[in-house]
Design a protein around this ligand. Structure first.
Ligand code: AMP
Length: 518
């Protein structure tokens, strides 16, 4: 469906054209008409489906810029998501003159109060900071006509239920409420019943794993061997842009330090870092100033980053849905992606649980040896030397050393000099600085997944050789795209039953993957 068919005002439509959107995504097609009618909507959709514009466009459409009051409030789980939504809403509302402000913890509240005072039609914020601002009487919600709960399930997971309820109680009752959530647990349905009026349900099935071209591998490895195993694989894979997921903040810090020590351009993000630092790291990652982003699940949730070629799950996630989110960071924009999950022997049950959800078996991968890593690094170095010699700007630099070079050429043979250059350029993995990563207890063995996992393990050992051989043949990149279709979401819930209000449900499956490439 074209945006012109959606009854949006002209300046909003113009902004959509400027953004380069050609067709409305399914969640937009379903949500926008309902929202424009003033209906409450519960949208089951994840990041990547275009949900921000789905709630953003009708909300901006409704804003009257003549009234300098807050008319819409978006509650988001994380600072990153709040900033991302603010940016998206700002670009669609700019022509119309809509002022969109974001507020979040970890950043100066005074500055945010000042920004709010200078005028805001739409505010996007995280629950804690919103409450803080309400208590300081810096945020007046009496004129809010549209309330949006974004990634509601994530907010509940993070323990924000009470805060959200407190915020909602400050918003006039005769408002429109739009709620978006990737999953629909009972707690979310209860919010729907308690705070919404006859909500319409629209649902976009999570298809990230089926749609994207991600080759999924796992490596069975003991906890103390994980770091070396990962960096060797990185040496062999030479990932362009990758995300490493760690279970805890400490883990993220240690992995970042270790990766830097081994010469990788890595930075970490987690909840304890101050906001400016987090945003800077994400910006640097998007601008290719950093090759590896190390993150916790929460910090990476909802990040809209394209071009990630590899996802390394240093720690296997406890919750299979987190795995789906993690993997969804790669294989976007029509490109292929690869994910590698490190699993300690007694975590194999978790692997089975993930495979059950994704309906896709991960391929076992034999860890790269130190020798393989060394050879791979050597190849890269030789290519670089070849490239550099063709680079005029680098050759121009040679002039400075001419006299010394002539002298060296008299003292040593060309072979000796070349050996010296190579030994300086290629770090031997055997003599890499040792990196200590504090031991974290592997996840406890889960009997539910374990039984199945045992059987699967046998197959996996057979698979291992397959991947290894492919690597030796240099055929890894030729892996065929595996379009295993699966019907995800047995968890589909019939919302009508648990809602005392009448509601209807529309559903379809969709993920926008070609960001920046349309
Ligand atoms: P979201 O699910 O809101 O995080 O959106 C994911 C990405 O898709 C964002 O970069 C949006 O700007 C982009 N996007 C949203 N709607 C559309 C559309 N109809 N056409 C093209 N890109 C879109």
């Amino acid at each position: 469906m074209k945006f012109t068919e959606l009854n949006l005002s002209e300046n909003i439509q113009a902004a959509v054209v400027t953004a380069g959107f050609e067709k409305a995504s399914p969640i937009q097609e379903l949500t926008i008409p309902l929202a424009l009618e003033g209906k409450d909507v519960i949208g089951q959709a994840q990041t990547g489906t275009g949900k921000t514009a789905a709630f953003g466009l009708p909300t901006l459409n409704k804003i009257s810029t003549d009234r300098n009051v807050i008319q819409a409030l978006v509650i988001a789980p994380t600072r990153e998501l709040a900033v991302q939504s603010q940016e998206e809403l700002f670009r669609f509302g700019r022509d119309k003159g809509v002022k969109v402000r974001s507020v979040y913890g970890g950043s100066s509240i005074e500055k945010q109060i000042k920004a709010l005072k200078s005028g805001a039609h739409v505010v996007v914020g995280t629950p804690g900071r919103l409450l803080d601002l309400i208590k300081r009487k810096a945020l007046k919600l009496d004129n809010v006509e549209t309330l949006i709960l974004d990634e509601a399930d994530e907010m509940l997971n993070m323990g924000f239920l009470e805060d959200i309820e407190a915020i909602i109680s400050r918003v006039p009752e005769n408002r429109q409420t739009l709620l978006f959530s990737a999953t629909m647990p009972d707690a979310i349905k209860r919010i729907g019943v308690k705070f919404m009026r006859e909500p319409e349900h629209v649902r976009i099935e999570a298809k990230e794993l089926t749609n994207v071209n991600v080759d999924q591998y796992y490596v069975r490895v003991k906890e103390h061997e994980k770091f070396d195993t990962m960096t060797r694989l990185m040496d062999v894979d030479q990932p362009e842009l990758s995300i490493v997921f760690g279970r805890t903040k400490r883990r993220v810090d240690e992995l970042t330090r270790g990766l830097k020590l081994r010469g990788f351009r890595a930075e970490g993000i987690h909840g304890d870092l101050d906001q400016n630092k987090r945003l800077r790291v994400i910006r640097d990652f998007k601008n290719d100033q950093i090759d590896i982003l190390v993150a916790t699940d929460v910090a990476a949730r909802g990040l809209d980053i394209s071009g990630v070629t590899h996802v390394y799950n240093y720690d296997i996630p406890q919750d299979p849905e987190s795995y789906v989110h993690r993997i969804g960071r790669t294989g976007r924009a029509g490109k292929s992606g690869e994910s590698i999950t490190f699993v300690s022997p007694n975590e194999m049950g978790y692997l089975s649980m993930i495979e059950k959800l994704t309906k896709k078996a991960m391929k076992g991968l034999k860890p790269a040896t130190a020798e393989e890593a060394f050879q791979a690094k050597k190849k890269v170095a030789l290519k670089k030397i070849e490239r550099d010699f063709k680079d005029e700007s680098i050759r121009a630099n040679f002039e400075k050393f001419k006299g010394d070079a002539i002298q060296l050429a008299q003292e040593f043979t060309p072979e000796e000099l070349a050996l010296y250059v190579l030994s300086l350029t290629v770090q031997d993995p055997e003599s890499m600085p040792a990196v200590e990563i504090a031991r974290e207890k592997p996840l406890p063995f889960k009997p539910s997944g374990g039984g199945k996992g045992k059987g699967a393990r046998g197959n996996r050992d057979r698979n291992r050789g397959g991947r290894d051989n492919d690597r030796r043949r240099g055929g890894r990149r030729d892996f065929k795209r595996r379009d295993d279709k699966f019907k995800k979401d047995n968890r589909r819930q019939d919302n009508k039953k648990s809602h005392k209000n009448t509601s209807s449900e529309k559903k379809t499956g969709f993920v926008i993957r070609n960001k920046g490439e349309r």
